[in-house]
Design a binder for this molecule. Structure first.
Ligand code: UT7
Length: 376
């Protein structure tokens, strides 16, 4: 039987750090509130588009696997914050990498986009539809953020990481996954309005309207990730005790602690990044995975559980068996262009561009759909 081994990994974090103190310069919030409610101390703000973060992470992952860009058959770009509406972002990464032989597709299941992308790409490698795949989790949320809304503005950050998949005859890579979606609650986490890194006439950065019922999302995230984890562990014929490492989606430290408790997973097996990166949506799990490998927490043959939850409300838990290699075959010299501004300056620039446009005052484009819209 053919498996899809993870043979390369790499991350690309924007260097500008936004602290809780920075946020409290323009929001009615405090370091004490943010740390006690979420565990977050800081997050990153990107000075480049998501495609650029993904290209650097992709080059690093390819070098780690010892592959050239031409060797790629597939690029999966997991994200919910795209630089442009059309064409897709994966094709932008493909052209920057020079991956001339690849097919390219985007996957958007919000915070779970990397994990759903991992499912899709692993299945394609396992059937032989493709051989070498690059799966990216990337998010540049800062231009989509409503920086006047303290309920959401303190929670998110930008970031990116990627993995390379290759066929293997050994039982490694993705062993199983549990996927699901609480679609009847999709309206409690919703972003409407203009975003992306390119501005159009009349549609400026940050003119988004966020619907975000934090308390409800919290409860459903705990239930969804804990149940999905229990199911995938059982389906793979394993027990909670046999999980070596948990690399969860990191939206809130208290959510992670509850999931671990409900699924019978001790916190000392959970790898945390929420303090330094916040919630990077689709980038969260792959960045944490790369950090865990670099910290020596992933060993040859390790069993790694990756629960995820996000808008939709999509949920999942992925169980991976690591292969023999936990060190890169080679390093890439790919780097981002230098960032000359502080994170607060980058955010204040987005805030200043917001202008007078009020996304909440805009109605539905086609009134005859209003009834349908209200029901969803
Ligand atoms: O990636 C997946 C999607 N995201 C999530 O899974 C996030 C899930 N939800 C959460 O993490 C938590 O619900 C939050 C961190 C968003 C909020 O924590 P909470 O303990 O549920 O707080 P709360 O919503 O009950 O709010 C408590 C108070 C409210 O004030 P009142 O109404 O009690 O006077 C909020 O207005 O805290 C207020 N508040 C803030 N205060 C200071 C909300 N945001 C802030 C803030 N700074 N940034």
């Amino acid at each position: 039987m053919t498996y899809a081994a993870i043979t390369g990994w790499g991350k690309c974090m924007p260097p500008a750090v936004l602290s809780n103190e920075d946020l409290s310069t323009f929001l009615d919030t405090s370091d004490e509130w943010i740390v006690s409610r979420t565990g977050m101390k800081q997050r990153r703000i990107s000075h480049v588009p998501g495609i650029d973060l993904a290209t650097v992470a992709g080059r690093r992952a390819l070098a780690c696997a010892g592959l050239a860009a031409e060797d790629l058959d597939l690029i999966v770009h997991g994200s919910c914050t795209f630089d442009e509406q059309v064409p897709n972002s994966a094709s932008g990464v493909q052209v920057k990498l020079g991956a001339v032989n690849a097919a390219s597709m985007d996957v958007n299941t919000a915070c779970t986009s990397f994990l759903y992308g991992l499912s899709a790409a692993s299945a394609m490698v396992r059937t032989g539809a493709v051989r070498n795949a690059l799966v990216i989790g990337v998010e540049v949320i800062s231009p989509y953020m409503d920086w006047s809304n303290r309920n959401v503005a303190v929670l998110f950050g930008d970031g990116c990481a990627a993995v390379v998949l290759q066929p293997s005859e050994k039982e490694e890579g993705l062993l199983g996954e549990q996927l699901g979606c609480y679609a009847d609650a999709r309206q409690i986490l919703r972003v409407r309005g203009a975003g992306g890194v390119y501005t159009n006439r009349g549609a400026q950065l940050g003119n988004t309207l966020w619907d975000f019922d934090g308390g409800e999302i919290f409860k459903k995230a705990v239930k969804g990730m804990a149940l999905a984890s229990q199911k995938v562990i059982a389906r793979c014929g394993l027990t909670a005790e046999s999980i070596d490492l948990v690399v969860p989606h990191q939206a809130n430290l208290r959510i992670i602690e509850s999931v671990a408790k409900h699924a019978g997973l001790p916190m000392d097996k959970v790898f945390l990044t929420v303090q330094q990166y916040g919630n990077m949506s689709a980038a969260t799990v792959p960045v944490a995975l790369v950090d865990a490998i670099e910290a020596g927490r992933v060993r040859p043959g390790s069993t790694v559980l990756m629960p995820g939850f996000g808008g939709g409300l999509t949920l999942c838990s992925h169980l991976v068996r690591w292969g023999d290699r936990v060190t890169p075959l080679a390093a890439s010299d790919a780097e981002l262009p230098p960032c000359t501004r502080t994170a607060l300056e980058l955010v204040n620039d987005i805030r200043a561009r917001k202008g007078t446009y009020d996304a909440s005052a805009d109605g539905l484009l086609w009134p005859r759909f209003a009834e349908v819209d209200a029901a969803q």
